[in-house]
Design a protein around this ligand. Structure first.
Ligand code: MN
Ligand code: MN
Length: 274
């Protein structure tokens, strides 16, 4: 009679869970539209719209053991949030695949760092993003959402890195990417080559079998996902992103989805995220 408003069909217990859903309502370093701290609950609410049966994969979510742990209390200090996220990951069962709902994109580096430590193995990292996020510092902090990929590249154990969907960067980020041989694919390349050819090329760089996938929702075109912190036109289609997930999800040991700003949404971005 009474329903907890977690992610739809995530009614399993933590012990023995196949997947764990964790909300990370942190948005202290946002630079344009704020409010992604409300993202996790907006995604959960939108998830109630969908059937538990996923026709394309012939999987019923109700048959899986998915546990929604709720949201972490992360405060407003980025350094505190970073440490708290890592502490939280250490408490998760090793066999479960964690799915993190942001929050701004700055949640991803501590997740990758925490997973590398927890699993004691190297990870490949695939980021879907309109932005390079390769700044050394932004808004007086190295923990900014604009520094996400730069921080990931610094993590020992984040062995290989690819980003897809790029169409925005500073001149300094462009130089940094070129000098350091960062493996980046623009949204134009996806449009011209097709997502499968881009993925074939990306897979040559994603050398570790175990993969972490980070989806900054602004990778999608604002026509499909308008309610994000820093919308950028000329983006990926939902079909591109779906294809990435279909081809790589079996290798994923963790996944995050970030930058949903519900105050700017009429519901469509939250539905896409869910
Ligand atoms: Mn980002
Ligand atoms: Mn972005």
């Amino acid at each position: 009679m009474f329903q907890k408003c977690g992610f739809a069909d995530a009614s399993g217990e933590l012990e023995g869970a196949d997947y764990v859903v964790i909300g990370l309502p942190f948005d202290s370093t946002t630079s344009f539209r704020s409010g992604s701290r409300d993202g996790p609950n907006a995604i959960r609410l939108a998830s109630l719209n969908f059937e538990s049966y996923e026709r394309d994969c012939d999987v019923d979510l109700a048959d899986l053991n998915i546990c929604d742990l709720g949201n972490m209390e992360l405060g407003s200090d980025p350094a505190y949030a970073w440490e708290t996220i890592k502490e939280g990951i250490a408490l998760l069962p090793k066999s479960a695949v964690p799915v993190f709902l942001g929050g701004e994109h700055s949640i991803s580096p501590p997740i990758v760092s925490g997973l590398v430590q927890k699993r004691q193995c190297d990870l490949s990292v695939l980021v879907l993003d309109a932005h390079m996020d390769l700044r050394e510092e932004y808004g007086c902090t190295r923990f900014s959402h604009a520094c996400t990929s730069r921080r990931i590249l610094e993590i020992e154990g984040a062995r290989s890195y690819v980003s897809i969907g790029i169409r925005s960067c500073s001149k300094e980020e462009h130089s940094f990417a070129a000098e350091n041989g960062a493996c980046l694919f623009t949204s134009r390349e996806v449009r011209e080559m097709g997502i499968d050819s881009v993925l074939d090329a990306a897979l040559e760089s994603l050398s570790c079998e175990q993969l972490y996938i980070s989806l900054d929702l602004d990778a999608l075109d604002p026509a499909y996902a308008p309610a994000v912190g820093n919308p950028e036109p000329f983006g990926l289609t939902p079909w591109d992103v779906k294809r990435v997930i279909e081809r790589l999800a079996t290798r994923a040991v963790g996944f995050d989805i970030s930058e949903l700003t519900p105050a700017y949404d009429r519901g469509e971005t939250a539905l896409m995220a869910a």
